[in-house]
Design a protein around this ligand. Structure first.
Ligand code: COA
Length: 482
């Protein structure tokens, strides 16, 4: 919530602007939404007219922020849903609204504040990742991903996430050795994988992680949390690769004891270690995937951890959540979309069809970013280079044609997300389409583990409310009288 000071400060900075705009909230709303000013009454509400849809709403909030030089805090955004509420919020004389806050207004009227999808709600503090959705920045433990992706490697970034600080050379050496020594999975787990040969790879991963708890007799002990974490990070690529081989009747490739994490992963998938070029690309991707704050999968992991359940249960929940197409599952959908489009000149028609069917274009949009996902910058460059170097420019050209066709959405804050370019990169790395989600999940593991650890370290049971809107005080009628 803005404080009175914020308002006064902003007002003094923007005096002229505000004076000019005092009677013009209506004008601004009318201009941004593209509706005549006579329609803009205090009672006009978000989604009551076609023009004030959620895209219009985002544009409106951005325009108001720009006009008044104020940042509308996430928790306030969902409250500015009528012309009257917006006028009150930005009226410099309306100190009461600012002092009491819209939240309390809502609480008084409904006894609970309802934030659908927990949109814009912070549920705890974190020291893992910080995301600036407005300006498109992402930091792990204070380090910009732009620096990490250029200068770090997966093992170091994983250490950073797990331990909270950069390792010394000795610490990294020990960490790396433990990862390398932990890659093999017990034969009993291979049996389970072989029985799941027809399942989708992400279902296999989810099931095997859940089953792994059986092989850890101390799973409820926090004493070996780090060792357990390292083992999980090391073994997930082995599980994914073993399933790939078993389902196609091939011999499993034993993990290498010397290759880096990224190289060993590709080696077990493809049978040969990657070239230096491919290795560096995959390393970057794993770093970019390593954490992303309290997204749906990390939140699910934290909800499970908050009940004092074990790490395997938390990760099972995280993977189950990640698999959905609105989250990590989008990466597999994007490659399907790119293949379906087939030629750059067909991208615009595809986007139009999706729009007409009110379906999202996969790889676009994000709950937190209102601008381009900062990871996309690196992924775009990698996709471009791989596509050109591999003599397959078509892939990148289709991606760019989709971006062009999405221009009007991009202007309204629906920009490319991490899955868009990553899907084509995976494809160009010869990773089978149905393995994309699992490979992404393998990269995300250090982040999920860090989230679970942080939840344990300062635990509080996560238990939100629902606002009941169903029928009340019904009389029970016996079944023979209904
Ligand atoms: N393509 C077209 N329109 C999109 C869109 C997309 N990818 N993403 C959002 N929109 C539109 C919605 O249709 C909606 O418009 P409407 O209110 O007029 O119907 C508006 O933008 C808000 O979308 P909504 O789904 O309510 O926002 P959200 O914050 O809940 O959704 C996602 C975020 C990620 C679920 C959503 O952007 C999406 O479905 N993206 C595609 C899947 C994807 O790539 N997921 C990976 C995310 S990293």
């Amino acid at each position: 919530m803005r404080t009175q000071n914020d308002v006064e400060l902003a007002n003094s900075h923007n005096n002229t602007q505000i004076e000019n705009n005092q009677s013009t909230v209506e004008t601004l709303i009318s201009r941004v939404l593209g509706v005549p000013e006579y329609l803009i009454t205090d009672q006009l509400e978000y989604q009551s007219i076609m023009e004030w849809d959620s895209l219009g709403h985002i544009s409106l909030l951005l325009a108001l922020e720009k006009c008044y030089g104020l940042e509308i805090l996430p928790e306030d955004r969902t409250l500015l849903t009528s012309v009257g509420a917006i006028k009150k919020y930005f009226d410099p004389d309306s100190s009461e609204a600012v002092k009491n806050g819209f939240n309390s207004e809502v609480i008084e009227s409904s006894n609970k504040t309802l934030y659908r999808g927990l949109n814009g709600i912070a549920f705890d503090k974190t020291r893992i990742s910080s995301i600036d959705g407005k300006n498109g920045h992402l930091h792990y433990r204070g380090y910009s991903i732009h620096d990490l992706v250029e200068q770090s490697h997966f093992e170091e970034t994983a250490y950073l996430l797990l331990y909270g600080k950069m390792p010394t050379a000795k610490q990294l050496e020990d960490f790396d050795r433990e990862l390398k020594n932990s890659r093999k999975i017990p034969p009993a787990m291979l049996d389970i994988i072989s029985k799941l040969d027809r399942a989708h790879p992400i279902e296999v991963l989810r099931t095997v992680i859940s089953a792994m708890a059986m092989y850890d007799e101390e799973r409820n002990s926090s004493m070996f949390f780090k060792r357990r974490s390292i083992r999980l990070i090391a073994q997930i690529p082995t599980i994914i690769a073993a399933h790939l081989k078993l389902r196609s009747g091939q011999t499993i490739i034993e993990p290498s004891a010397t290759l880096s994490h990224a190289d060993n992963f590709l080696y077990m998938l493809h049978g040969t270690p990657p070239t230096k070029r491919v290795s560096s690309v995959f390393e970057k991707i794993l770093i970019l995937h390593a954490d992303h704050g309290s997204n749906a999968s990390a939140f699910a992991a934290r909800v499970v951890a908050s009940t004092n359940s074990d790490l395997y249960s938390s990760l099972t929940a995280a993977i189950a959540t990640f698999a959905g197409e609105l989250h990590g599952g989008a990466i597999e959908k994007v490659i399907g979309m790119i293949k379906e489009i087939g030629r750059p000149e067909l991208a615009a028609a595809y986007v139009e069809r999706q729009h007409a069917a009110r379906k999202p274009v996969m790889g676009f949009g994000h709950r937190v970013y209102q601008t381009e996902d900062p990871r996309a910058r690196h992924l775009r460059e990698i996709a471009y280079n791989l596509s050109r170097e591999g003599g397959e420019p078509l892939w990148f050209d289709i991606l760019e044609a989709v971006v062009e066709a999405m221009k009007s959405y991009i202007g309204k804050g629906i920009d490319v997300n991490v899955d868009f370019y990553a899907s084509v990169i995976y494809h160009l790395l010869s990773i089978p389409d149905d393995l994309f989600i699992s490979v992404f999940a393998a990269g995300r593991l250090p982040g999920w583990i860090a989230q679970v650890q942080e939840q344990y370290d300062n635990n509080i049971l996560i238990r939100p409310l629902l606002t009941y809107t169903g029928e009340k005080d019904l009389s029970y009628v016996p079944i023979n009288k209904r």
